[in-house]
Design a protein around this ligand. Sequence first.
Ligand code: ARG
Length: 433
Amino acid sequence: MKHDKKCVLAYSGGLDTSTIVIWLARQGYEIHAVLVDVGQQEDLSALAEKALRMGAKTAVIRDAKPLMYGSVVPYAIALGATYEGNYRLGTALARPFIALEQVRTAKALGGATLVHGATGKGNDQIRFEFAYKSLAPECPVLAPWKVWDLAGRADMIAYLHAAGVKDDFAVVKDYSLDENLWHLSVEGSELEDPEAFVNVDKVLGTVSNRFSGGPAADTAPTIVRVAFDKGVPVALDGLPIGLPQLVARLNQTYRAAPWAWDMVIENRFTGIKSRGLYINPAAKLLHAAVDGLARAVLNKPTYDHYCELGRQYGTMMYRGEYFSQQRLALEATGSALMKHLSGEVAVQLVPTPYVAQIRAPKAIFNKSLSTFERSDYAHADAAGFIHLSWLGLVGPRPAEEPDGGAVETGWDSAPDLCGDQSVSERGLVPAST
Ligand code: ARG
């Protein structure tokens, strides 16, 4: 296959990939910029024009949202997928689909070098390059951050100015942002230093115009009802709605809500720890709702398995292992569990989302068993259950133990609050006559 000096760049329009266009041109590359719509609220046509102005030979815009909604997003919702329990993904969901569009363009060109703008520190380089290797092992890969001698933002701005680029990248905010249909990630500045006190309101104020467009309605309802069919949301407040519309509406409506974010210290795949703020109201609300549903319809071992699967799926996505055997296996298991997750969940949002009500036809929650009131349950049955469970799980102490099996806890006995006096002498209870 012929690669020559053709390259396909994952172009975002930001400082890094704009600098890369100039740099690639100077290395003699014919540049094909690919802008992938993963739900970022940006004028992609304007960005495509910018790529051409900077020297790209072609610039295409591809809409990956339908593919994402048809593949990874339902699992991210239904399995409550997280990395390390509180990063609800986002960037990690989108990267494989950006890489996929690059590869499609490269193949249409008859082969090309695949270029990304991720640094050598983060997860994104791995996500891009794992996808490239899986989808187009024949294409060379170029990550300018790993070979050029520009060291940071100031260097890139100086480089662009020297090249006569007029765009004012210096106004780019303090934070490193990444927006898509699932979240807005905010990293950098004071978030980089865990010893720095983070004023979330201040951070949110700085980035508020970036998430799903326009301010949230002040009158946003504080109770939301979501109906799920096999783990996938199908109705909002009683009205049927498509998944893309539902996710976009929740993100739009609640992006400025006080509960809409998670602040996370995460262990990157590269081994570096980092702290970030993730604004993801739809994810947070839907994860609470689907967990409530799963608790009502799955039995104990199945629910445990479901929770583990959400972590496994989240870790797989976080590490960029999308084009893999593992993903297919996890999704097959996920689908088997998701088929139980149908019903409607009411989520109360304030002060923090909680499940207030669950109506599920297949719920195995048995209120006549859990009630504190009179029921048919035979309390005496529990004695046999406890005895046999104790025998199997704890068991009697072997007779040959040196203390003859006497219980040795190693703890002092709890202090006697009454001292030498009996309770009645201290007047705590009336002395009997
Ligand atoms: N830490 C998150 C992740 O690894 C967010 C990364 C955001 N990427 C970016 N280029 N700003 O998924």
